[in-house]
Design a protein around this ligand. Structure first.
Ligand code: TRP
Length: 335
């Protein structure tokens, strides 16, 4: 439905999405969201990619090596095909007017609404902090500012982010009701993302050391895949429910080769886990090779990356200033 509307009128969509800079992006990100961003960009929507550097502080006390991680993220974006000529890549800490929206927005949500947010509850349960900070509790409101400062109306996210989009919609609606129409009520765009497991059979995650980064070397990739968990049945089949680890490797090879998982499974068949690992390693390394080459080219001159952020932040600031000025007019706070 929304896909048809994007096809017909890409210019009506401003897409805002992004990442917390907590480490290098991996294959889960690539197949889950990055490819979709590039696809939307290529369809002609106005794409904003936020690097949520303040949000890193939601579940930890200090953000280590943030500059390096942020620059690495930009390199990952460039590697996968996000084009800074068409897309705006920016860091929210560099956009003061965006952050100022948080104040009126906080007044539009209740403490009990924030307390009910299932994603925040889950993050609190897994936090590296002893106590819940005010930023952790209110970060969905900050995220609403991320989306609404540029009047983003479409937000491609995973299922875990849906509660935040719901809060964003409530904030937009309540603001408009109270002060007059300023903000769109954004829609989430859920991608049919394949579920890739990490090499240990649990959720692929940078903190679990089970993820293949876009930026990893071919050798590191081979090493990680060689150690991947499989099972005792030496005939390879695709059965995600009964054989999650083997099936995730089969799926990964299939995604990289552009064939179905069943095709991969039947071509490996009696070859067993060793043959499966050879197949998936070759497929992943071949698939990532052009991206890794592009990444290495950009990494050779970080001044280019810094320039991209500078230009993105300037553009984001101009838009945020204009929105804040509308907000001030609507609220009667222009002096
Ligand atoms: N919370 C998102 C994540 O953890 C990152 C993010 C921050 C974001 N601001 C956003 C995503 C705005 C979409 C829109 O992945």
């Amino acid at each position: 439905m929304v896909e048809n509307q994007i096809q017909a009128h890409p210019e009506r969509f401003r897409v805002l999405t992004g990442d917390r800079p907590t480490g290098p992006l991996h294959l889960g990100h690539l197949f889950g969201t990055l490819q979709n961003r590039v696809r939307l960009q290529d369809m002609g929507v106005d794409l904003f990619v936020i690097i949520a550097d303040y949000q890193v502080l939601t579940d930890r006390d200090v953000a280590d090596r943030l500059t390096e991680t942020v620059e690495g993220l930009v390199l990952d974006y460039l590697a996968v095909g996000i084009d800074p000529e068409r897309a705006t890549v920016f860091t929210h800490s560099a956009v003061p007017a965006l952050n100022q929206l948080m104040l009126p927005f906080l007044s539009l949500v209740t403490v009990s609404e924030l307390g009910r947010n299932p994603t925040v509850k889950d993050e609190i349960a897994h936090s590296r902090q002893d106590a819940v900070s005010g930023l952790m509790f209110t970060y969905p409101v900050h995220q609403a500012a991320d989306i609404l400062f540029c009047k983003g109306n479409l937000v491609p996210v995973g299922r875990d982010q849906l509660p935040h989009i719901e809060i964003t919609r409530s904030i937009a609606r309540r603001f408009n009701e109270r002060y007059g129409p300023v903000f769109p009520e954004p829609d989430a765009l859920l991608s049919a993302a394949p579920v890739l497991l990490g090499t240990d059979g649990t959720k692929m995650s940078k903190s679990r050391h089970n993820a293949i980064s876009i930026s990893a070397t071919a050798d590191d990739t081979a090493r990680l895949l060689r150690s991947a968990r499989t099972d005792a049945d030496c005939h390879i089949t695709y059965d995600p429910v009964a054989r999650p680890e083997v099936s995730s490797l089969v799926l990964l090879a299939a995604l990289c080769l552009g064939v179905t998982p069943e095709q991969v499974a039947s071509s490996v068949g009696a070859g067993g886990a060793a043959a499966l690992k050879r197949t998936v390693t070759a497929a992943v390394n071949e698939f990532l090779a052009p991206m890794r080459a592009r990444r290495a080219d950009y990494a050779a001159d970080l001044s280019h990356v810094r320039k991209i952020l500078q230009v993105g932040n300037e553009r984001a600031n101009a838009i945020a200033d204009a929105t804040l000025s509308e907000v001030r007019t609507a609220m009667g706070t222009t002096y």
